[in-house]
Structure formats: C-alpha cells, structure tokens
Design a protein. Structure first.
Length: 203
C-alpha cells in the first residue's frame, strides 16, 4: 500500500513539474511578443519623406558643385581675356615708343595727329513752339524732351544726320574731363527722402 501511494505521489509531482515547465515556456514567448509589439514600426510616409530628403540633398549638392565649377571656369576665362588685352595694349604702347625713338634718331619728328572725338554733348536750347513733328520725334529719340535737357551722343553717321535736322533747337560741343566734371557738379543732383539735392550741397 505504501509503495503504491509513493508511486502515485511521484507521478503527481512529475505531472505538476511538467505543467509548471509548460506554463513558463508559454510565458516567455508572450513576453517576447509583448516587447515586439512595444517597438513601433517606421511608417511608410516617414520612409518616403526620408527618401525624398536624400534625393533633394543629392540634387542640391550636384547643383552647387556644378555652379562652383562654372564659376571657376568663368573666372579663368576672364583672367585669360584680361591677360590677352593687357598683352595687346602693351604691344601697341611699345610699338608707339619704338616708332617715336626711330623718328628722333632720323631727325624726323612725327607730329601726333589729334584723335577724333567720339562723343559730343548736346543740350536743348529751345522749347516746343513751332517745331515740326519730324524734329520733335528726333528730339525725343535724342532724349531731349524739355528745354535745358542734355545728353551724350556717340558720333556716327546716323547721329550726325539727326543732329543736323534739329540744329536750331540744340547746342552741341566736344568734351574734355574738365567740362564733364564742371557739368556734373553744376547740374547733377541726388535724391534724399524724395527730395532733389545738389551734389555740391553739404547735408
């Protein structure tokens, strides 16, 4: 009887232990699943935003690099152009000096021909009364819309013909640095707080 009871007890204890083990085994995956559920997955919209941001960044960097290369090439071209012009003017200057020396040596003094003026200053001296439509149009083209308006005109065949048409209404003359300075200081003005102020006025 005792042996049968003891065997029953051992069987019961074994069964109890097995059930306990099974319970613990079931609990572990539940905990793992819970932890998995706690970690939030990255949403698709955020992923898309990140991809777009990366694309935009690469595009911006490429554009920046391209602009940098272009600027560098432009600077190089400007430098080369300036170098070429400097060389050309230097050669012209040296040829002039060489010719002058040769002339001095051979006792043939070459008188420097005065350079023809390229600009003329035109000022309007008459009003609009008794002015033909053609003359009025030419005055508008020359930007001489009012009396005492002045403008610089390049000397060309067309501009000379225009000036001849409006001859009685204008006064013209060739320029030098002194006359230009005097004209600017006398007639020039700036605007401060929507008011005309002469350049020579201290404020």
């Amino acid at each position: 009887m005792l042996t049968s009871k003891s065997t029953k007890l051992t069987k019961e204890t074994k069964e109890f232990e097995i059930q306990k083990e099974n319970k613990t085994k079931k609990k572990v995956p539940d905990a793992v699943e819970a932890t998995k559920k706690k970690v939030p997955a990255v949403p698709e919209t955020l992923k898309k935003k990140q991809r777009n941001f990366v694309k935009l960044k690469t595009k911006r960097l490429r554009k920046k690099f391209g602009q940098k290369v272009l600027r560098k090439a432009k600077r190089k071209f400007i430098y080369e152009q300036a170098k070429h012009y400097h060389k050309e003017y230097r050669q012209i200057y040296r040829t002039k000096i060489r010719m002058a020396r040769m002339a001095r040596k051979s006792w043939q003094l070459i008188e420097a021909e005065p350079a023809e003026p390229k600009l003329v200053f035109v000022i309007r001296i008459r009003g609009i009364n008794r002015v033909s439509p053609k003359v009025r149009k030419v005055l508008q083209l020359l930007r001489l819309r009012q009396i005492f308006n002045g403008t610089f005109v390049k000397i060309k065949k067309a501009s000379i013909n225009m000036l001849r048409l409006v001859e009685p209404n204008i006064a013209r003359g060739y320029l030098n640095l002194k006359s230009v300075n005097e004209l600017i200081y006398k007639r020039g003005y700036g605007k401060v707080n929507k008011k005309q102020i002469a350049l020579t006025e201290n404020f």
